[in-house]
Ligand binder design. Sequence first.
Ligand code: COA
Length: 263
Amino acid sequence: MSDEKPKEWRTAITSNQDGRILIRGYNIDNLIGNKSYAEVCFLLLKGEMPTQAEAKMLDAIFVSSIDAGIAPPSAVAARTIFSGGNSLNAAVAGGILTLGDAHGGAIEKAAKLFQDELKDKNNIDVNINQMAQKIVDDAVKNKKRLAGYGHKLHSVDPRTKRLLEVAKSLNFGGKYVELAAAIENEFRIKKPEQKLPLNVDGAIAAIMSDMGLDYRLGKGLFIIARSAGLVGQVFEEWMREKPFRRLRSDLHEYDGVPERQLP
Ligand SMILES: CC(C)(COP(=O)(O)OP(=O)(O)OC[C@H]1O[C@@H](n2cnc3c(N)ncnc32)[C@H](O)[C@@H]1OP(=O)(O)O)[C@@H](O)C(=O)NCCC(=O)NCCS
């Protein structure tokens, strides 16, 4: 054991010494060309190489969140920042800053809820349906929005359906996915007038929990995926549009006080 005090800046992720870059101990020379981006992301975040099923699942999660068109807050912000005359990196960073409880950030919150409810309950016989009833009753009573449910456009989120199929085929449709589906079902019973499907964020939250990933990685997974989409959105803005976008006049109005005299 060395008596040397640990240095102030420490990392167990990557060592970069003497011309050798080792990610979690694996030489990057061997990773390049042999391992996929999703596999190395998993290695980086969890410390070990994924199984084939884990790699496939993580890749599917990334694909599900890569882009959702020009309209979500992140794409609007990124393109607007670029349109104001800023660099691609500022625009992409601005897009990422929009990610919060309603957009992308819902993964972290939903995964926290699922993990708080079910973590350390491996050997205990839990009644998932009762648990879901309690969660939805509490949300309805206290007018709380449950992260991972509801969608602006879809009454059934198409990405959720496909992701859950993939999860099931890879054996990641465990107790967390079961709880997520039971909550969706409870919403259907208790709030039939509002369409509150399990959305893609909620599905990712449940699946990542079944994969043993900490809820605090939820937003990070979305950022890794959506950064590619945002680079695409900003690059397209750069190639296609003139600078200085303004809202068209039929899209905005002033509804404050009319012109008045100084007192
Ligand atoms: C995604 C979201 C913003 C879409 O909202 P929307 O379809 O425009 O719905 P509204 O904001 O008009 O809400 C309609 C009603 O449903 C309720 N509601 C919406 N989402 C809800 C949720 N996740 N949990 C509980 N109730 C919800 C609202 O409280 C509102 O109830 P009220 O009419 O009694 O006031 C919304 O469902 C939400 O905030 N979900 C949680 C965050 C999330 O998962 N985001 C990821 C999206 S992919």
